[in-house]
Design a protein around this ligand. Sequence first.
Ligand SMILES: Cc1cc2nc3c(=O)[nH]c(=O)nc-3n(C[C@H](O)[C@H](O)[C@H](O)COP(=O)(O)O)c2cc1C
Length: 209
Amino acid sequence: MISPPDALSRDDFVRAVDAAIRERRTRKVLAGAGEDPQAFEAALRSALEQAGMAPFHFAREEQVPEPWRFRVFVGEGLKQVHRALDEAEILYGKLPAIFDGAGAVVQASWLPEGRPERDWEHLAAAAAAAQNFLLAMHARGYGSYWCSAPILGQAAAARIFGQAEGESYLGTLFFGAPLSPEDEAERGFIGKMHARRTPAAAWSSWNEG
Ligand SMILES: Cc1cc2nc3c(=O)[nH]c(=O)nc-3n(C[C@H](O)[C@H](O)[C@H](O)COP(=O)(O)O)c2cc1C
């Protein structure tokens, strides 16, 4: 039996984990790093470590076996990458508002091997790491948005983000303090599939012999 962390009852542990999973929601427009940018950066660093606890099946490289890569842009680094994307005319539609509101942007990629029978596992593991990252930031009180706007994965953007040769695009993750409920109602964007959840019975089967 797996134990809850010290000082947490089993019920509290379950409630906390379930709440992080159920209450996370896509928040596309955010309020930057919030009132305490240092606390935000500390949260981001520790959430990134939790991202790396995702399961993965095969080592991609000897020294760095994980099949995912995350490039984090905060503070001046975020301003520079934002400016470069702007100058390259890559930001269109809602992306300018989304970048304006971000406290951090994380370019996420995964490392294919060119072996289809294993590449799907590398991609699946990288997606699990990305979800860990969103959940860990949610638990720390910050909002997130996993964006896959094709233009952010294309060569020009990949160069600006410093993505290495041979990496494939997993998405661009935006993190930041949530807007107030009033601002969220006025200028926030939620995920279009958010309300379209069906019960487990719709997409699973239950076999008891
Ligand atoms: C791999 C992936 C890529 C996504 N890309 C986009 C995107 O490009 N644009 C967008 O509006 N939402 C994108 N989303 C967010 C989904 O729209 C959102 O997760 C969904 O509507 C469910 O809402 P929720 O995250 O609040 O539960 C993406 C989500 C995933 C998992």
